[in-house]
Design a protein around this ligand. Structure first.
Ligand code: FES
Length: 133
């Protein structure tokens, strides 16, 4: 399936903060993911992970669904390291890195406090990331 297929499954929700409790609850479940330097922000529902390349709901899947090309020659296997992104805000809103991810980040001489593999970092809340390389 190409990118068009991935876009078909991407779920961008409209702002629902204008109604009753159900609308407020729906709005609270949304997360904003901003990709710099493009200044593109996607609204996603962490409870309905975006499918694509890498982990469902990952930064790579969300980027791909929004037409943002992040290199991923290992197809999200977590072995190439070319999908590294800097996390400018919201590191706490990402799934924790595995030991394998931390080892790869270390081999790349990147800062584990601010770097994640886009294919492995699953979004659970608002995040601002910057593409590198
Ligand atoms: S796509 Fe290769 S490490 Fe993420």
């Amino acid at each position: 399936m190409g990118e068009a297929g991935a876009c078909d499954t991407y779920n961008v929700k409209e702002d629902k903060r204008t109604g009753g409790a159900a609308a407020k609850e729906a709005a609270m479940s949304q997360a904003k993911v901003t990709f710099e330097p493009f200044d593109i922000t996607a609204e996603i529902d962490p409870a309905a992970p975006v499918e694509g390349v890498g982990q469902p709901g990952s930064l790579l899947s969300i980027a791909s669904a929004n037409g943002i090309d992040i290199e991923h020659p290992c197809e999200g296997d977590g072995t190439c390291g070319l999908c590294c992104v800097d996390i400018e805000q919201g590191m706490e809103n990402l799934s924790p890195p595995s030991d394998d991810e931390l080892e790869l980040i270390d081999r790349l001489d990147a800062d584990p406090e601010t770097t994640r593999l886009a294919c492995k970092a699953v979004v659970g809340g608002d995040v601002v990331c910057r593409l590198v390389g």
